[in-house]
Ligand binder design. Sequence first.
Ligand SMILES: Cc1ncc(COP(=O)(O)O)c(C=O)c1O
Length: 398
Amino acid sequence: MASLSPLPKIFSQNPHVHANLHDHLRNPNVIYRNLSFSGLGFRCSQHASIGETRIVRKSSNQTEVMIESATQVFDVPLLSCSEAIERLKTNRETQNVKQPFLAMYSSVFGGITTDPAAMVIPIDDHMVHRGHGVFDTAAIMDGFLYELDQHLDRILKSASLAKIKLPFDRESIRRILIKTVSASKCRTGSLRYWLSVGPGDFQLSSSGCHQPALYAVVIQSESPFDSKGIRVITSSVPIKPPQFATMKSVNYLPNVLSKMEAEENGAYAAIWLDSDGFIAEGPNMNVAFVTKDKELLMPKFDKILSGCTAKRVLTLAGELVRKGELRRIEMRNVTVEEGKKADEMMLIGSGVLVRPVVQWDDQIIGDGKEGPVALSLLNLIFEDMKSGPPTVRVLVPY
Ligand SMILES: Cc1ncc(COP(=O)(O)O)c(C=O)c1O
């Protein structure tokens, strides 16, 4: 296999070259063509033949050639399939981050792998280059899949809305998902899975994609139980229109930017309002409120994602009504004024379970402490995950 020469001195001694660039250049698996570092005044481009590289420094009127030819250094090797796989493995091994991906199923290779280096998706998959795919997640708790069937129903609905045909019938998909968790030996974490129109011809139309695909990955993680109150802000990133917000497609850029906006402002999440100004949802969770007269309020699902956790919480909340901790439960439009005046606010989703919110923008919610109803609901859902009925807990045969 071709090897790369050490970092050239001109780069390694230059204090202006960003540390990241050094990291990348040291990584034999990263190939650079037409790199541009405009802020630094560098341009690095690959010319006519592979191996001939020119690095120039631009000044006001003149172009000073720093390196005429750095043959080898930026060589772009032509790899055989086994060499490419070898590099995928090396790349994984040299990454410093922990990779808790324990198993992946792909209908493209028709099986399960436990080697993270092989957990790849074809670049011509319509999901990769056009975002034409849908996904869902189910939690794994103590060797059980929580709400697998509810999440499965939702991904099938998302697939239908996204006009994605199924690669297998529902029962086969379910069996494959359980088998993937079993092969992973993971007892606490999450199962994430995708349905896509599959590989094709790189066109916008999916008519050249002839074999829909299923991918699934098992990610080991700690239980998401955390009761500490958090702060949220109102998102300035526009909400997706209802047609797209009600399906769980892979187009999560607005959700990602909304989460980043929250983090940049020291908050946990940013809350979307819908086109009429009513409270909608968070980037990967629903929201709920407890009013002063003990009503549990949740925005309707007609313009947002119908949360599996939120629906289960609404069912479990019946017990709090029976005990007198809540007076009633209602799904309806909720105004920002009502939300900010509420005694309690909470985020609900498979990633957060039930998380009390103690501040929204500048408004302290209730007395600024974790609300008792949110904490009761968190305990109820956590107990349900640990010992709920078979309708919500599917045993994984390891
Ligand atoms: C936009 C959005 N809303 C709500 C939710 C909550 O859904 P669930 O409880 O099924 O995780 C999610 C999470 O998947 C989401 O992405």
